[in-house]
Design a protein around this ligand. Structure first.
Ligand code: MG
Length: 250
């Protein structure tokens, strides 16, 4: 296993760092704009304008026909929500997933943000999902195995009483948005490809307040929880190094 994983040179990782910075800056900008009354479509326009201002291209627009720069997934929506005229209101939790291309390389990240005041269970879901991502990043070390990342994410989320989505997974990233390997957010440690310096991985736990099962909305894009429970999503693009993992999307 692992033959298909592309090792990036230091120069390529430097370019990916730039793409990652653009994604992080735009997500931060959008998070600040996320007030009750704003629509998902308005956030997408802001994302498009910011990408232009940074001299970057959107990773998602046109990808398999996706119509927007940004995925906006609200409450029980897990991922791949198409930004439309839905008005965001206090109490909603909103996942923003965005990718940018700089110098031919992609950066990919996601955050889930509460709009106005959210209830304590939703707050705990957000904290848990971000914590699961942090646990996964901590396991992304040269000499470890891919499964160590998956197991760390799953253990963190489940220890706090939540479940991890299984049908959608993290991925290698570089000149392509989705490269090998696939990185499940669950599974046993000690298995899968050996992690080596120069691998760049988009780690992205999707965590549900209820069960892990999902279904596809009638728009054929938006993924929702099967039981209607809340879902959150955090993602970073991470480079494996000789030492500490390097988060490229901040
Ligand atoms: Mg991704």
């Amino acid at each position: 296993m692992g033959e298909g994983i592309i090792i990036k040179s230091p120069e390529e990782i430097a370019m990916m760092r730039q793409a990652g910075r653009v994604v992080a800056a735009i997500l931060e900008h959008l998070a600040k704009a996320m007030q009750p009354g704003i629509t998902a479509a308005e956030l997408d326009v802001m994302a498009a304008n910011e990408l232009t201002r940074w001299g970057a291209m959107p990773s998602f627009k046109g990808y398999r026909g996706f119509p927007a720069n940004l995925c906006v997934s609200v409450n029980e929506q897990v991922v791949h929500g198409i930004p439309g005229d839905r008005v965001l209101k206090s109490g909603d939790i909103v996942s923003l997933d965005m990718g940018a291309i700089v110098g031919g390389f992609h950066g990919d990240a996601a955050i889930t943000v509460g709009v106005g005041n959210i209830d304590p269970k939703a707050r705990r879901l957000l904290e848990t999902t971000e914590g699961a991502l942090t646990a996964g990043i901590s396991a992304a070390r040269s000499g470890s195995r891919l499964g160590d990342i998956s197991a760390a994410i799953q253990a963190y989320a489940e220890s706090r009483g939540f479940s991890v989505v299984r049908e959608y997974v993290g991925h290698g990233i570089g000149r392509q948005l989705h490269e090998e390997p696939q990185i499940p957010n669950f599974g046993p440690p000690g298995q899968g490809s050996l992690l080596r310096p120069g691998m760049v991985l988009a780690l992205e736990p999707m965590v549900n307040a209820g069960g892990w099962r999902t279904k596809l909305d009638s728009d054929q894009w938006t993924v929702v929880t099967a039981d209607g429970s809340l879902s959150a999503h955090f993602e970073h693009t991470v480079a494996i190094t000789d030492g500490e993992p390097e988060v490229l999307t901040h």
